[in-house]
Design a protein around this ligand. Structure first.
Ligand SMILES: [Fe+2]
Ligand SMILES: [Fe+2]
Length: 259
C-alpha cells in the first residue's frame, strides 16, 4: 500500500479577518506537524524529507513573521483598551511572540541541518525535538488568541475589520526580500565571486530583471569575506545557494552585476 507523503494541502482562501487569522493558525500547526513528520516517519523517502525541510524553513522564515506583524501592528492597536481580559491576552501574546523566536530559530537550524544529509538519524532527532518544542509553545499561544482575541475581533465594527484585512493583504503584497549569501573567503580563493556569478549568468538571460550585487565585508575589522546580494527577481538562485532573506543592501562599495 502506498504511504501517505508528507505534505501540506492548500485550502480555499477565506475572506473575513478572523477567517484569515485562523487560516494562518492552521498553517502554523500543519508546518510544525510537517517538520515532525519529516523527522520521525521512517517511510518518507529522502527527497521528500529534503523538500519538507525546505518548505518548513520557508514558512517559518517568511510567513510566520507576517502573521506576527498582523497581530502586533494591525490587530493589537484595534483591540487595546477594550477590556482587561483582552489587554491581558494582548500582553501575553506579545511576550510569547518574543519567547517563540529561539524555538523558531532552533527549528530552522535543525531543518537546514537535515537537508544535506536526510538519512542522518541524529540530525532528524534534533529536528523532531525542535518541532515538538515549537508545538508545545504554540499550543497555548494559539488557543489563547482563538479563545479571547478572535472573539473580540469579531465584535469590532465591520468596516474596521475590513480595514485590517486590507492591511494584511498589503503586507503580503510588499516587495519580496533580497537575499544575502557569503560566497567565499578572499584570502583562500583568487576570485571568490566567480562561481556565484557564473551561476547567476547561466540562469538569468540578458534582459532579465534579476540583479546581483557583490562586495567584500569585514568582520570585526579583521576577517574579510565575499558577500553577494541577489535581488527578489533572482530568488530561485538565492534559495538554491542557501541565501538568507535580507533588506535591500546599501553602500557605495557594492558592485552591480546584470545578466
Ligand atoms: Fe500570535
Ligand atoms: Fe496568531
Amino acid at each position: 500500500m502506498a504511504e501517505t507523503p508528507v505534505t501540506i494541502h492548500g485550502t480555499r482562501a477565506p475572506q473575513g479577518l478572523v477567517d484569515l487569522l485562523l487560516a494562518c493558525h492552521d498553517r502554523i500547526r500543519r508546518f510544525v506537524a510537517l517538520a515532525r513528520d519529516a523527522a520521525t516517519r521512517p517511510d518518507v523517502p529522502a527527497d521528500q524529507v529534503v523538500e519538507a525541510c525546505a518548505r518548513v524553513e520557508r514558512y517559518f522564515r517568511e510567513a510566520l513573521p507576517l502573521h506576527v506583524a498582523d497581530e502586533e501592528q494591525s490587530v493589537e492597536p484595534r483591540l487595546r483598551g477594550r477590556s482587561p481580559e483582552v489587554d491581558h491576552a494582548l500582553d501575553a501574546m506579545a511576550q510569547e511572540h518574543r519567547a517563540h523566536e529561539a524555538a523558531v530559530a532552533a527549528l530552522l537550524d535543525a531543518a537546514a541541518a537535515v537537508r544535506p544529509d536526510p538519512g542522518d538519524a541524529a540530525r532528524k532527532t534534533t529536528l523532531a525535538h525542535a518541532a515538538e518544542a515549537l508545538r508545545e509553545d504554540f499550543l497555548e499561544h494559539l488557543a489563547l488568541e482563538e479563545a479571547v482575541l478572535f472573539p473580540a475581533i469579531r465584535r469590532l465594527p465591520a468596516d474596521l475589520q475590513s480595514t485590517v484585512v486590507d492591511e494584511l493583504r498589503a503586507r503580503r503584497r510588499a516587495e519580496p526580500p533580497w537575499y544575502r549569501l557569503v560566497v567565499g573567503d578572499p584570502l583562500l580563493v583568487a576570485d571568490p565571486f566567480a562561481e556565484a556569478l557564473g551561476r547567476f549568468r547561466a540562469l538569468y538571460t540578458p534582459g532579465s530583471p534579476a540583479r546581483m550585487l557583490t562586495r567584500l565585508e569585514t568582520i570585526g575589522g579583521l576577517h574579510c569575506r565575499a558577500v553577494a546580494y541577489l535581488s527578489p527577481r533572482a530568488t530561485e538562485l538565492a534559495r538554491e545557494l542557501g541565501g538568507e532573506p535580507t533588506a535591500p543592501p546599501t553602500g557605495a562599495d557594492l558592485v552591480l552585476h546584470i545578466p
